[in-house]
Design a protein around this ligand. Sequence first.
Ligand SMILES: [Zn+2]
Length: 276
Amino acid sequence: MRQDRAVRRVLALAAALLLTLTVGCARTEAPPAQQSAIAASPAVSAAEQPSEPQPESEPAPEPPADPRPEPQPEPEPPAPEPEPSDPEPPAEDDSWMLLLVNADNPLPEDFTVSLKALRNGQSVDERIYPALQQMFDDARAQGVWPLINESFRTFERQQEIMDKYIARYEAGGSSHDDAVKQARAIVALPGTSEHQLGLALDIIAEKGDNETVWAWLRQNAPRYGFILRYPADKEEITGISYEPWHFRYVGVDDALAITEAGVALEEYLAAIPAAE
Ligand SMILES: [Zn+2]
């Protein structure tokens, strides 16, 4: 996230500054009398001192360090990997990762998504595909076999599901109005299902039992950017009953933070400034 990048940048800057100061202090300890001779015979070339970083803001000509081959002090720890040197790379727009869709927050009318088709006919937002593939590869390497049972849904598909449930309740003897109420209790209205984002996955076991897969995901999915979206103890906040199979991509930083804090996405978004 932008904030973390900002923190890393500050740390890198602080480290670089510290290094500059340290190098500067060492240099002032060189006996002044030797300076001219040293300047004439650079016994130690810059190329032989690869460990010495070149701070961008190095002050102009300074007395060179004592070139006598005396034991070098412990090498400075390598400076943190410098941030890309262009002054301020354009901030990526990460807002799609945290887009909230629920009964109170329908999908934006102009919402579009570029999909990546999966082998089993499902599809997901193409931006989450690498993380998803890595997560499944790693699960399989550990003997856990997840399978995506449901992922991206169109508005029409969501309507079909709703209609199917309404018909089922009507067939069971409910009036139309009651059937609609019953269906709405378990199916999101078209336009309010997170599945329409392409960021939500219903995951079951391809081999073995579902509980093994879900336990692995609860433990590991956040490291790949996915959260358990509808936890058992958050039903009142999410408005959705516990769904151990439903995982939602939010990005690694936020997935770890949400999981660590034990909050629902709704609570997490309410707690961070909207400007983020
Ligand atoms: Zn789901």
